[in-house]
Design a protein around this ligand. Structure first.
Ligand SMILES: NC(=O)c1ccc[n+]([C@@H]2O[C@H](COP(=O)([O-])OP(=O)(O)OC[C@H]3O[C@@H](n4cnc5c(N)ncnc54)[C@H](OP(=O)(O)O)[C@@H]3O)[C@@H](O)[C@H]2O)c1
Length: 291
């Protein structure tokens, strides 16, 4: 399966490079290929004639998207339009990464792939638009929604990830407050990368939710990180209202991975088990154990 990987140096892109067979994988950073450049997208797809285009690119700094909505539209919606059209012209399949933030969280229960998106911020709206455009332009697509990604490389677009931010704050010895009224399913990008390969090999097109099994609030996520690393910073829960971030965020964006089950693909492992694996790979557990 000849695959063009876009966003190759990102958090997920790095794990895709580590997980997918190297033969047939052609990788692009944003410097090599800007998805907002329609002509370059068409040239690239024509030149490599891939079976699959795997798009991990995004502008996903959720608060910055509120003030840079035009850029968010360009990367998260217009980029996917160009990719879908280029794939259609050259007979390729598109696998596109999306997010739990296409949902408002108002349902108060886990979201299934068939639930209609109802985003509450610019990031979610532009990602939802990208999804709609792909579905409308290209039959041969997989849209895969993840949630609260953490990976060894750290998110390029956010300068790290939640786990590393928590560990840095603990090292700085400052009191830490984390919201306890936003619930998600943290997702290890190494696990997500492996599932993407299984989905791509299934040939079963459509929309998939792929997130760590189980759920927690961001506060509970932070508590788990400190517990596993044997750290005892001054950690307290807060509310979304008191935290006062620029962008609204879904209160409950847990994803039910129904399409994976329908495709006969084994479920993701529990997020807590994946977190321990991540901490071990980063050497955080080893430091605690003194090895
Ligand atoms: N991070 C999360 O918590 C989260 C949660 C749910 C879903 N997702 C989705 O999962 C996917 C991967 O996220 P991630 O955490 O791996 O993000 P990431 O580390 O920020 O990687 C995204 C990559 O996209 C590239 N990129 C940005 N603008 C581009 C453009 N115009 N053209 C081409 N490439 C561009 C970036 O390249 P440069 O660094 O070179 O600019 C970066 O390497 C995204 O689609 C995101 O929406 C993420």
């Amino acid at each position: 399966m000849k695959t063009i990987l876009i966003g190759a140096n990102g958090q997920l892109g790095t794990d895709i490079r580590a997980t997918w067979p190297a033969a047939g994988l052609v990788t692009f950073t944003s410097a090599d290929l800007d998805v907002t450049d329609r002509a370059r997208v068409f040239e690239t797809v024509a030149a490599h004639a891939p079976d699959l285009v795997l798009n991990t690119s995004a502008f996903h700094n959720v608060d910055v998207c509120e003030t840079e909505a035009e850029r968010a539209c360009a990367v998260n919606a217009i980029g996917p339009l160009h990719l879908a059209d280029a794939c259609a012209e050259h007979g390729a399949t598109l696998m596109h990464l999306s997010t739990d933030y296409v949902f408002s969280g108002a349902a108060g229960r886990a979201y299934s792939e068939s639930d209609p998106p109802d985003p509450v911020n610019v990031y979610g709206a532009t990602k939802a638009a990208g999804e709609v455009i792909i579905r409308q332009r290209l039959e041969r697509h997989y849209i895969v929604r993840g949630s609260g990604l953490f990976g060894v490389a750290g998110a390029a677009g956010k300068g790290g990830n939640f786990v590393e931010t928590m560990l840095r704050l603990a090292r700085e010895g400052k009191p830490i407050t984390v919201v306890d009224d936003q619930v998600l399913s943290p997702t290890f990008t190494a696990d997500l990368a492996a599932k993407l390969l299984e989905i791509a090999r299934s040939g079963l097109f459509g929309t998939y939710h792929v997130s760590g099994c189980g759920s927690c609030s961001w506060y509970e996520f932070a508590r788990a990180i400190f517990e596993d690393c044997d750290l005892t910073p001054e950690l307290s829960p807060t509310t979304t209202a008191a935290f006062g971030a620029k962008a609204r965020r879904p209160a409950y964006s847990v994803l039910s991975n129904d399409a994976l089950a329908r495709a006969g693909i084994p479920p993701m492992r529990p997020w807590r088990e994946a977190l321990r694996d991540y901490l071990a790979r980063k050497g955080h557990l080893a430091r605690v154990a003194g090895t």
